[in-house]
Ligand binder design. Structure first.
Ligand SMILES: Cc1cc2nc3c(=O)[nH]c(=O)nc-3n(C[C@H](O)[C@H](O)[C@H](O)COP(=O)(O)OP(=O)(O)OC[C@H]3O[C@@H](n4cnc5c(N)ncnc54)[C@H](O)[C@@H]3O)c2cc1C
Ligand code: SF4
Ligand code: SF4
Length: 438
């Protein structure tokens, strides 16, 4: 029995599972494909229903992971292959070339300051720009940059066998940490158990042509709105619409955008949207006092502790107008975004000329999670999430002994449920290590 574990995915689920295992005295390899850890929670502004600052409650955990002597962090890395069985797995991990020697980089940020090339930042959902050499956020753990080969003109000139261009980062880095000759490396880890914690992604808006298909600039997704609300976001927490930077006075939130809609391939409820939409509408009202938020909903599902009260607060105390009905069409008209819907309670058709529309898009399994599950010997469930064979009594056990699942990798869920499931998966790993019970 090898009493080391591998956790795949370092969102809040992977972080919690890794910390629980490591704090019980076992070594953990934590593998994350992004340059830093935190997953979607790192993008959130404040969390429902307490409105705690997301970064503030997560930072103690990310910092603990970064310094933990029992956690070996593989960021900017993916799982290449896995062989073996419970108690004795061999995982091959691909560490992508960052073109920066992280052992000598001090994270001073000079390279990012000097780099003259910018591209849209995924972390900001395209609402902000980042340099060709970047860290995901100012609070990134680890706080070490990577070079994006698709944007860096030097790497592009080298790939085209041309005279090397730019090199500003190379010239100004005080520790000579930039290494354009770096290549991917493969590392082997021997572990006794794994936790799959690859999380979720939002449905691409292109799948909803009736809502603009991602082509109307002032129709954004809910994660983009989180970045507009976040103090560390591209507008420093000021709500501004992408097309012209104006403060939007009429904002329409559309729940169940793609969820509970078999025509668009997602029959299930994404579970988190009712709550985060209420949160976003409240936070919008706190930022824009004379603004009017509208929420279109099919019905409101608010099952957690304090959740129903939070929805009541949005409706009764914060002036959010809830309209029960589905939105049939969203399109641009001049500088407004027209929203056609119905209010099934009054039986009226509703048309709103909005400044900004926020889509609560369906939560899907993270891109590439089918491949991740295949590498672990798992067959994804019908919706693509990891489906435990006995979801009722063993919700974190997968079909492969020694491999457990946590968080949104098993289906959409909020942070408290994610953390509880991550601790449950960690407990299973510890049980396996101590008693050999799988
Ligand atoms: C707009 C919005 C607002 C929200 N607001 C709240 C809120 O206020 N309160 C609340 O409780 N919940 C909220 N949520 C839900 C919250 O985001 C999730 O509960 C939480 O992020 C789930 O954590 P996770 O670790 O399971 O998944 P994720 O956060 O998705 O993390 C998964 C991690 O795995 C990595 N990964 C994926 N695939 C691979 C791979 N193949 N190899 C290596 N790494 C991989 C990803 O890069 C990521 O870092 C909100 C969600 C949305 C969309
Ligand atoms: S300038 Fe050099 S040391 Fe500073 S963050 Fe960039 S790569 Fe690291
Ligand atoms: S070589 Fe130039 S473009 Fe490339 S990362 Fe360095 S400073 Fe940026």
């Amino acid at each position: 029995m090898i009493t080391r574990a591998l956790v795949l995915g370092a969102g809040i689920a992977g972080i919690q599972a890794a910390l629980d295992i490591a704090n019980s005295g076992y070594d953990v390899a934590l593998v994350e494909r992004q340059p830093s850890i935190g997953g979607h929670m790192a993008q959130l502004s404040e969390t429902f229903p307490t409105l705690d600052c997301s970064q503030c409650i997560m930072t103690p955990r990310t910092v603990e992971v970064g310094h933990h002597e029992r956690i070996r962090l593989y960021t900017y890395s993916t799982l290449e292959s896995l062989r073996g069985a419970a108690g004795d797995f061999t995982a091959t991990i691909r560490r992508r070339a960052a073109y920066v020697d992280w052992d000598v980089c001090t994270g001073c940020g000079v390279c990012q300051e000097k780099c003259p090339w910018k591209a849209p930042a995924e972390f900001e959902r395209g609402l902000g720009l980042r340099k060709a050499i970047y860290t995901l956020s100012p609070q990134a753990v680890p706080n070490k940059p990577v070079v994006n080969p698709a944007v860096c003109v030097r790497l592009r000139s080298l790939a085209a066998h041309e005279k090397p261009k730019c090199g500003a980062c190379l010239k100004f880095c005080p520790t000579n940490a930039i290494h354009f000759e770096q290549t991917d490396t493969l590392v082997e880890e021997h572990v006794g158990a794994l936790v799959l914690a690859t999380g979720y992604d939002l449905m691409p808006p292109a799948r909803l042509p009736e809502y603009g298909g991602g082509h109307v600039p002032d129709v954004i997704d809910a994660l983009a709105f989180e970045r507009l609300l976040a103090a560390s976001g591209p507008t420093a927490g000021k709500v501004r619409r992408p097309s012209d930077g104006k403060e939007p006075k009429q904002v329409v939130f559309v729940q169940c955008s793609g969820s509970r809609d078999p025509e668009h391939g997602v029959a299930y409820c994404s579970k988190i949207c009712c709550m985060y939409t209420a949160k976003q509408a409240i936070l919008y009202k706190h930022r824009v006092h004379d603004g009017q938020p509208y929420v279109f909903y099919i019905d409101v599902r608010a099952g957690g502790k304090g959740y129903e009260e939070f929805i009541n607060r949005a409706q009764q105390d914060e002036g959010v107008v809830y309209l029960r009905g589905k939105v049939s069409k969203i399109y641009r008209d001049g500088d407004r975004v027209m929203v056609w819907g119905s209010d099934t309670l009054s039986g009226r058709k509703v048309e709103i000329a909005a400044d900004l529309v926020v889509l609560a898009l369906a939560a899907l399994p993270a891109a590439g999670s089918d491949e991740a599950q295949r590498l672990l010997g798992l067959a994804p469930g019908s919706e693509g999430f990891c489906a435990p064979p006995d979801g009722e009594l063993q919700p974190v056990n997968t079909a492969v002994p020694g491999i457990y699942v946590a968080g949104a990798a098993a289906g959409p869920k909020d942070i408290p449920e994610t953390v509880a499931q991550a601790s449950a998966a960690a407990a299973k790993v510890l049980g396996l290590f101590r008693n050999r019970v799988v």
